[in-house]
Ligand binder design. Sequence first.
Ligand SMILES: NC(=O)c1ccc[n+]([C@@H]2O[C@H](COP(=O)([O-])OP(=O)(O)OC[C@H]3O[C@@H](n4cnc5c(N)ncnc54)[C@H](OP(=O)(O)O)[C@@H]3O)[C@@H](O)[C@H]2O)c1
Length: 168
Amino acid sequence: MNSQYITTLESELAINLVAPMALIKELMPVLDKNVDATIVNVTSGYVFIPSAQSSSYSASKIGLRAITQGLRFNLQKKSIRVVEVVPPAVDTQMNKGKNMSMMTSELFAQKVFKGLIGGQDEIVVGISKLGKLLSRIAPKFGFKKMNTDEEKQRMEMRLAEVGLHYKE
Ligand SMILES: NC(=O)c1ccc[n+]([C@@H]2O[C@H](COP(=O)([O-])OP(=O)(O)OC[C@H]3O[C@@H](n4cnc5c(N)ncnc54)[C@H](OP(=O)(O)O)[C@@H]3O)[C@@H](O)[C@H]2O)c1
């Protein structure tokens, strides 16, 4: 671990965990006045199986999941709905250039809205459902499998950048 890791960790926590909570706090007076107020926090499949390569990102999302669950409990008295969306890999800007299987943003949006309209408080989409299941029935296997696959993917990407192919 180097000092760059600490900088990344601080930045991930500030953007992914502190900022959403600060925003919710500022919006509370407005949410309080609305009949159908809903807060939607976006976490990640890494809340079920953390990524060793993106451990600070995973930690920020696991923290956001914990706070979202706490908020849901605390705000039920005020009838403010608190939803957690748990996406799979989706083809957005943050995944540009990555060589992996991704859900289209259109399909992802459809699934999120279906969950919102259907009254779900935890909308787990695509492969994140498998992550949730594995985290319950075979957590060690799930962790090893996902992280080994991610490591291989990264290796393939790095080699492809210099025109080489990965061979096991
Ligand atoms: N895409 C996935 O595979 C995936 C999977 C799991 C979870 N998520 C989560 O889904 C959420 C949305 O991500 P996305 O896939 O839609 O990614 P995206 O298309 O790259 O959008 C990220 C958004 O965050 C903003 N942003 C980035 N860094 C910021 C900073 N330092 N301060 C303020 N705003 C910042 C960007 O603003 P600008 O447009 O101004 O740059 C952009 O609006 C994120 O919370 C992400 O962690 C995504």
